[in-house]
Design a binder for this molecule. Sequence first.
Ligand code: IMP
Length: 432
Amino acid sequence: MNLCVLGAQWGDEGKGKIVDLLTPSFQLVARYQGGHNAGHTVFVRGKKFVLHLIPSGILHEGVTCLIGNGVVVDPHALFAEVDELKALGISITGRLLVSDKAHLILPYHRELDVLSEARRGDRKIGTTSRGIGPAYEDKIGRRGIRVGDLADKSDNGPLVNAVRENVATRNRLMGNNDMKWESVVADLRVMWPRLQPLVADVSLYIDTAMKAGKRVMFEGAQGTLLDIDHGTYPFVTSSNGTAGGACTGLGIGPRSVHAVLGVVKAYTTRVGEGPLPTELVDTVGERLRESGNEYGASTGRPRRCGWYDAVVTRYAARVNGLDALALTKLDVLDGFEEIKICTAYRCGNETLTEMPGDLAQLAACVPVYETMPGWDAPTAGVTRYENLPAAARAYIRRLEEVSGVPAAIVSTGSDREHTIIRNDSVASNWLK
Ligand code: IMP
């Protein structure tokens, strides 16, 4: 029984906590796309961990974590994270593998990310400036450098030639000659002995493990609406965070993904630019931001906040084939007198119940809301569904109805323990 866990909104849904929670039932956790633009915050016994590149499963001893070919790897960011984990007493030795086919993020990618954003002016994407887009551009442009390429030690071989050409392109685009290909190569040569022991054929590793009866969790980063194909293009990241990305980003067949869990917040947030139909630019939005501590885990940027959008979840259910939802941060809604759920969009004279593909149309959409009563008693820290206030249960029931997907897991706080796993749900199969 293998499970794919992914974001069903615009990222930051709380995937880190959910992956961390479910990990004890899996032997492998494999990340399939994105890079260190992601920020997965996990609290264990009150201790905060922020993981960017390494799957959240690393916090559990005995679990092997894999970084697939679909991920873009900045070796400096990877080792900074490894060192941070080590300082917290977590060793990655023998437990972390990186695909030889994963593409590298190199210093020129970071610069080109910043340049590209500056050139777009007020049409900027609001990227994390980590070099993600330019690294994927090189991959698709067939000039990228892959982890396995670093094994080439020759002075005039494919690695050196590729770096030389890419740095020349960087210098042309930046309008200066500040970057020397020699220093990029020298840095990679220094890095390689540390990276080499982690390099593996991740596809083969997973296949062998599955044949030996091991269970794999596939971990997505960002969210469905930030997917390069299915998101609010061009205000998206440059990879496929949707379920199909697990297959291409790890080298596994679709039949190996047995179930898909979509993580959603009990409300909606987004960082960066682009349409957000339920955005609240008022005191309610501010209250959600402050109560939910809605500041980016990677960049610290304030997140834009709004009510739960069921059009988004229905869309995410379709493009990912969601079996269930993990509903996070329910406790952030504690104390609200009333809570709204967006069930459709009003666009001109039309009512849309499905997500429009056209960005201008989406930007012009106004949410159609249903209003539910809030609850007085806190949900924070509640671990049994029946102990939730009746109004909170009614809110969850309605979310399930309008989203068309059952909520198998409900999170009521940042700690692992602050979670409801519903007995009667599909989640009980995953935890066997
Ligand atoms: P990039 O991935 O840095 O190119 O950024 C593209 C868009 O995706 C921007 O709007 C970012 O804010 C957003 N983004 C990237 N990673 C994350 C994430 O982990 N959570 C939320 N938004 C993200």
